[in-house]
Design a protein around this ligand. Structure first.
Ligand SMILES: Cc1cc2nc3c(=O)[nH]c(=O)nc-3n(C[C@H](O)[C@H](O)[C@H](O)COP(=O)(O)O)c2cc1C
Length: 208
């Protein structure tokens, strides 16, 4: 697929909750992650680690952990007044064990500094901002290649079994669990407040 323009990617990069079962070519994954690691990051320490999960059994197990956490937190079935956003998230929770692939975006809390000594506390959340910039690059690159994604964090309520399944060491924290695949449904506009509603010039609240 030909690359699309940056603004077309930005304006049509909605989040997907259903994915076709088709596998993703390895070159596409490599291109997307090559875009991710171009992101600005604190002190150029590049604290990111990405774990691409394509093994069906692992996808299923991680997807089930995600599903159980999500349904355990937000309830096993839709309340009548469930918002569109939560209905979509619920759909993904059910579908997560069947997605074609996942990327776990992780933060290595020792990047750029010596590993912690035994018993030394690990400083959490120091690298979050660097990881998110890489994740947005990843999303836009995926969009450019016709691949859908969604940022999810619900698994953080039960991160340990996922870390154990994938052999992720203690000093590496999973920041986002990103399903990825050819989407069921079309790319398209998102519903957002306009920039003019949230932009001030020279003084807070001065919209003109
Ligand atoms: C920090 C963050 C955490 C999120 N966590 C989840 C999640 O755990 N599960 C989920 O289904 N969506 C999650 N989302 C996705 C949002 O719900 C989604 O971006 C929102 O519904 C807007 O979707 P749209 O971009 O298609 O309009 C998360 C998004 C962000 C930015």
């Amino acid at each position: 697929m030909d690359d699309i323009g940056l603004f077309e990617a930005i304006y049509s990069q909605r989040q997907f909750v259903r994915y076709k079962p088709d596998p993703i070519p390895r070159e596409a994954i490599e291109k997307i992650l090559d875009a991710a690691v171009r992101a600005p990051n604190g002190g150029n320490r590049q604290p990111w680690e990405f774990i691409v999960v394509t093994d069906r059994e692992l996808v299923r197990k991680i997807g089930e952990i995600y599903r159980d956490v999500w349904l355990g937190t937000f309830g096993p079935s839709s309340p009548p007044d469930e918002s569109r956003v939560y209905r979509a998230a619920r759909q993904l929770a059910h579908h997560m064990p069947d997605v074609p692939a996942m990327i776990l975006a992780c933060a290595d809390h020792t990047a750029g500094s010596p590993p912690p000594k035994p018993g030394e506390p690990i400083v959490r959340n120091r690298y979050g901002s660097s990881i998110w910039l890489a994740v947005q690059n990843l999303f836009l690159a995926a969009r450019a290649l016709g691949l859908g994604t969604r940022l999810t964090t619900a698994h953080l309520r039960n991160e340990e079994p996922i870390k154990t399944l994938l052999g992720i060491p203690e000093h590496v924290e999973t920041m986002a669990l990103i399903p990825i695949g050819y989407p069921e449904g079309k790319f398209g506009a998102t519903t957002r407040r306009s920039a003019s509603e949230v932009t001030s010039y020279n003084r807070y609240g001065n919209r003109k």
